[in-house]
Design a protein around this ligand. Sequence first.
Ligand code: FES
Length: 151
Amino acid sequence: MIITLTVNGQEKVHMITPGAMLVDVLRSAGYTEVKKGCDTGSCGVCTVLLDGLPILSCSYLAAKADGHEITTIRGMEKEAAEFSEFLVGEGADQCGFCSPGLALTVMAMKKELKAPSDEEIKHYLAGNLCRCSGYEGQLRAIKKYLEACRG
Ligand code: FES
């Protein structure tokens, strides 16, 4: 089947099999910044934004994304680089494998929740696992980043 995806502002047509998952379609199309970890919807490494909301692309049929806007970490390079400085500042950058998915989820959270509590942040990020278990550092970095964004 044929679908159209707008990825980071660029519209492209893709020929896919009906059961293809979005992560595989994106990676085959060259968006290798979308990572694949558990491939079972458990780790959050494959997170992309679909119309601005975080989804797990390993568990999302590409066919369902037809006609929608996808944002990968490359579509938010400036914001991700700014956020990354806060991760580094708190020693939470570690291996970096989860960082793109984490950053995209934080960007979506920033739009949705103006001044989230620690519990709200933890709840929002519950699907983004860190194999280095840098959660405390991530929480400090996220709080400082959100504070800086609010001015
Ligand atoms: Fe998609 Fe782990 S690779 S949730």
